[in-house]
Design a protein around this ligand. Sequence first.
Ligand SMILES: N[C@@H](CCC(=O)N[C@@H](CS)C(=O)NCC(=O)O)C(=O)O
Length: 209
Amino acid sequence: MKFYDCKTAPSPRRVRILMAEKAINIETIQVDLGSGEQFSDAYKSITPLSEVPLLVLDDGTSISQVNAICSYLEEIYPEPPLYGRTPAERALVESANNQIVMNGLSAVAEAFRNSTPGMKNRALPGPHNYAQIPELAERGLARLDHFFKGLDDHFASTQYMIGDYFSVADISALVCIDFAKWVKKPIPADFENLNRWYSQVSERPSAKA
Ligand SMILES: N[C@@H](CCC(=O)N[C@@H](CS)C(=O)NCC(=O)O)C(=O)O
């Protein structure tokens, strides 16, 4: 297997943390997004999406999208389980993970990609150029305020995203909070519950991935 990564980018970090939790070692190839390597003919011949992360299996099967890659790795490296241990827990993990992607990660991406000068015409990842819409950057920041408040309320009564069980939803939320620093949105100091959870998950060795 080969894992196509960019060590500074948030999406592949979600996969890296999952791999660290499971102590998986996969040959890793860095794609330099800063210099536009994702648009090179060599990389486009592997994935027309021009995005990272990407997992290429030994038979040449190419899997894109963080959620698909992480689910695949969970199947073939089931320990420790990060997608739930019972049918109900699996449903709760998937529900929480989807909400973090929709309401958290996409809000940061919206704010970052629509306001950063270096992202001009790159308001969305992928092979097509889209102009920035400043209103979407503002909306992303407003959505993040709501997202942080929702998490702070959530962690008032629970240790992790799903009870006392550390899951892939915690990985996604951790990466989201760190990504939010790119748009100057740290966790507000008075969000004690969210800060407690963040310190706890950040201290796991996998968080360095
Ligand atoms: N929906 C994709 C999103 C992946 C994504 O946004 N990747 C970014 C890096 S964090 C990327 O490849 N950006 C390339 C670009 O901006 O041209 C997934 O879940 O894997």
